[in-house]
Design a protein around this ligand. Structure first.
Ligand SMILES: NC(=O)c1ccc[n+]([C@@H]2O[C@H](COP(=O)([O-])OP(=O)(O)OC[C@H]3O[C@@H](n4cnc5c(N)ncnc54)[C@H](OP(=O)(O)O)[C@@H]3O)[C@@H](O)[C@H]2O)c1
Length: 238
């Protein structure tokens, strides 16, 4: 396992950063990417180990060929990037923000999976990170659900079209990461408590738990075309 190279697009924070730590511990060679060079360097320093960094914006489609050339040959790609654009009640969701959400997640994931192909091992894998908004029926997530459902729809198609490369997805529930910083320090604890109350395991998730699910899909050579929901059961609508 130690010689295998994993690139994590969106690896400088949250789920991607936890995945990098988990995979380094398992002996993988890891490249993390993000848009903010300072944040990326700090993340790499916090990790230590066999880590490389490439600054890239996955939504800048014209730059992706060069970014993947810089990443070089790889065995596994993890797509952990994405922000919160496109959220809000359906009746009032801002359509420009929804478009930005598609561009910065669904299209960026699609384009990175495409751009990595010249460098991706035929025995390798692609793991997308979508979100449980695609499976649950939570008011206020119509836009986020549509964006993440677009990613989930890709998975079985690519598993067949790119075979024998394996293509999978992890669909997280609510996880404590900087993704939620938009709420501010005042609002966040109450929002997390409310999500925890609606989650059968009675708490929100930790990024390490999503990292563990991603590592399973990378390492299990007989799993492909699968979306692994890792949400503490919040999709069940308790
Ligand atoms: N946290 C949750 O509760 C939760 C739940 C379900 C699904 N998810 C999904 O999980 C994924 C990871 O989220 P997270 O919670 O780990 O968020 P996060 O802590 O904000 O991390 C996002 C990472 O993606 C990078 N990134 C964002 N846009 C990028 C772009 N255009 N190009 C390259 N890198 C980019 C960020 O770095 P830069 O800002 O420096 O680019 C950062 O490294 C997202 O797709 C999110 O939708 C999260």
């Amino acid at each position: 396992m130690s010689s295998q190279h994993v690139a994590i697009i969106g690896g400088s924070s949250g789920i991607g950063l936890a995945t990098a730590a988990h995979l380094l511990e398992k002996g993988y060679r890891v490249t993390i990417t993000g848009r903010d060079a300072t944040k990326l360097q700090a993340a790499a320093q916090s990790l230590g180990g066999d880590i490389a960094t490439v600054v890239m914006d996955a939504a800048e489609l014209a730059s992706l060929a060069e970014a993947f050339r810089a990443i070089g040959p790889l065995d596994h790609l993890v797509l952990a990037l994405g922000g919160g654009h496109g959220g809000g009640p359906f009746a009032t969701v801002d359509l420009a923000d929804l478009k930005r959400g598609f561009e910065q997640k669904a299209i960026a994931h699609f384009a990175c999976a495409q751009a990595c192909l010249p460098y991706l091992s035929g025995q390798g894998s692609v793991t997308f990170v979508s979100a449980v908004s695609a499976q649950a029926a939570m008011p206020g997530t119509a836009g986020l659900g549509a964006i993440n459902a677009a990613i989930a729809a890709l998975v079985p198609i690519l598993a067949v079209e790119l075979k024998p490369i394996r293509v999978n997805c992890v669909s997280p529930g609510v996880v404590e990461t900087p993704w939620w910083d938009f709420l501010g320090d005042e609002q966040r604890p109450a929002a997390f408590a409310s999500f925890a109350a609606r989650t059968p395991v009675s708490r929100i998730g930790r990024p390490e738990e999503i990292a563990d699910a991603i590592a399973f899909l990378i390492g299990n050579g007989f799993t492909t075309g699968h979306t692994l929901i890792c949400d503490g059961g919040i999709r069940l609508g308790q």
